[in-house]
Design a protein. Structure first.
Length: 72
């Protein structure tokens, strides 16, 4: 069984992978990740809370990054 640290690391890896994919140049990776971060009301907050991250703060930060990336 995973210990608490292992679970938090796994959850952080899930969230960070989504963030990385959401900034990808490939729409096949970018679009589902952005949708998950911005619109999922169940699993995204779940993984954030396990990893001690604020889903609201991540959403705010990523919206700004998406606007900058999309304006290029």
């Amino acid at each position: 069984m995973l210990d608490d640290l292992g679970v938090r690391k796994l959850a952080a890896a899930v969230v960070l992978t989504a963030i990385k994919d959401s900034l990808s140049k490939f729409p096949s990776r970018q679009d589902p990740a952005r949708n998950w971060i911005l619109h999922d009301e169940a699993m995204f907050p779940f993984w954030c809370k396990i990893s001690d991250m604020s889903p609201e703060q991540i959403k705010r930060t990523m919206r700004g990054k998406f606007r900058l990336q999309d304006s290029k």
